[in-house]
Design a protein around this ligand. Sequence first.
Ligand code: RIB
Ligand code: CA
Length: 319
Amino acid sequence: MPRPVLIDTDPGVDDVLAIAMLLASPEVEVIGLTTVHGNMSVDVCTRNALYFLEVASRTDIPVARGAGDPIAMPFRGGAAFVHGPDGLGDRMVDGVSTTPVGEDAADFIIRSVRARPGEVVLAPIGPLTNLAVALERDPGIAELTAEVVVMGGNAYCDGNASPAAEANILNDPEAAEIVFGADWPVVMLGLDVTDEVSLTGAHLDRIAAGTTPMHALLREASAFYQRFHEEAIPGYDGLCPHDATALAWLIDPSLFEVIERPIRVGMEGLGRGKTWPAEPYRMPEYEPWRGRPEVTIATQVDASAMADLITTRLVAFGS
Ligand code: RIB
Ligand code: CA
């Protein structure tokens, strides 16, 4: 039986690569998209999610609009320089013919989890605001959620949105602290693994050769994101599929090596948004981590097999 997955997203070029990959994967059933501020405003991310599903001919999948601001600060302004002026490159999406459902993302999450106790996987690939709000409204969902698969954080490597922090966590550290502190099974797939994977020009050519409208969208959206990577990092070939690498956990977890550690999130100054694992041999000294649940942290990935997996699934989209 495919696992039911609810994707919480801020699309975002790598978000649409990830969602398209799961739509092409028999291991999972995507039961909804919830949107959140992050790469763009929540209005733009919601429009992009609806647009993406139209292009994918999957308007049967509901979209619930989520938080426009992080829990404790205003929206940080997004990353148009990475994802393009409309978040999907410079395609300049205008209208969409569908609308989000009437309830907000947090209520949608709560209702979905309670409808299928112990089955639903939450897969956040943007800031963790909606999950934190859902937990605050209904703490009982923690024990009813099958797994929380997070793209975010950096355990043993640099950040990408500051020297200390990864973007999804820096965009709402207070929410991340709540989500990593709740008593539910969390897998953190952050920059330790996602930064290791690239879809090279050769991979992207294979995807771009696809003939569906979705392949055209991926081709055009990826071009902007690829240009960002190749200009920012001398010698880089292609782009980094952060969100698809993380969600591939739901297809083939054997591609990762993991450890278990409790995590605290930096709240202050230079370390704001850093995800800090506690090493077991130091635990007795480190009171702030005591009593926190263990998070499964991905530390290594088979980068070549991962790029092949993502590419193969995206090439097969619609077939
Ligand atoms: O740091 C990578 C993450 O930040 C991805 O989810 C990407 O979409 C951006 O939001
Ligand atoms: Ca994202």
